[in-house]
Design a protein around this ligand. Structure first.
Ligand SMILES: Cc1cc2nc3c(=O)[nH]c(=O)nc-3n(C[C@H](O)[C@H](O)[C@H](O)COP(=O)(O)O)c2cc1C
Length: 237
């Protein structure tokens, strides 16, 4: 490589470097060349040192930043349907759902008594009603006529017609924590609106569920399918 070509290569590298590291200052190791001039050191370090673009992070405290899907849990209390917004929700396995329900919640007594509940997946268009079910308690308002109710296999687990996906659950275990009852529900039946089914599978692009972010107290949209699970990783040798 002659000196002109060398300059062209170095200029190209500098351009690429300044572009790719615009927001993340590079970490360059200069320790190897202690006695040379500043400019030469700079050029050498750019040319030979391991350029490591650092992603800047800020510690924001012990914040729970796990996004969780927001669901409407249904149960009968005193023989009437009631629904509560629940985002402390998890999965134990393919057929079990875990919900964490504060002992003060109106719905809690219904789930305990009947040992059943429903998990209803609201679409974006139900965000307002979902939030309402997370602000208002059945102790103060009647939430039984907020949605069109129906029952499936379980007698005491009311289901919301307007939610495209509904799961009827039977309580198999309850974990008693100081503030919450954590109910584990075995799914006994799942209902899905025909328009949200593609090849027999629940299509999240059609269901349009939304996530709760605790850090900004926001409901966030979900998007398109990204990749096939248990498949895309096989691309890495
Ligand atoms: C987005 C959202 C998620 C919530 N998640 C939970 C939860 O997982 N567990 C819980 O006990 N309360 C949760 N709440 C609070 C209850 O939904 C709220 O206190 C509700 O009014 C209780 O209704 P109830 O007394 O009729 O059962 C949540 C509230 C909102 C807005």
């Amino acid at each position: 490589m002659n000196s002109f070509e060398g300059k062209v290569v170095l200029a190209g590298f500098l351009y690429y470097f300044s572009f790719s590291c615009k927001h993340h200052p590079p970490q360059v190791s200069l320790g190897k060349y202690p006695r040379i001039g500043e400019k030469a050191r700079e050029q050498l370090s750019l040319k030979y040192a391991q350029v490591n673009c650092r992603i800047m992070k800020t510690e924001i405290g012990a914040v729970n930043a796990l996004p969780t899907v927001t669901v409407l849990v249904g149960a009968n209390v005193d023989g009437k349907p009631t629904y509560t917004a629940i985002a402390w929700v998890g999965v134990i396995g393919r057929t079990s759902i875990l919900i964490s329900v504060n002992k003060q919640r109106y719905i809690n007594s219904g789930i305990k008594k009947n040992q059943t509940f429903s998990v209803n997946l609201p679409s974006e268009n139900l965000v307002e009603k979902t939030d309402y079910c997370g602000i208002k308690s059945g102790k103060d308002v009647d939430k039984s006529l907020l949605f069109t109710n129906f029952y499936g296999k379980l007698e005491n687990a009311p289901i919301i017609q307007e939610c495209p996906v509904n799961m009827e659950c039977e309580v198999t275990e309850t974990f008693d924590t100081p503030t919450h009852d954590v109910f584990v529900g075995e799914i006994v039946a799942t209902h899905c609106e025909d328009s949200a089914l593609v090849d027999g599978n629940v299509n999240l692009g059609k269901v349009k569920p939304f996530l709760l972010s605790l850090t900004d107290k926001g409901y966030w949209k979900t998007g398109d399918k990204l990749a096939n699970a248990w498949e895309i990783g096989k691309n890495i040798e």
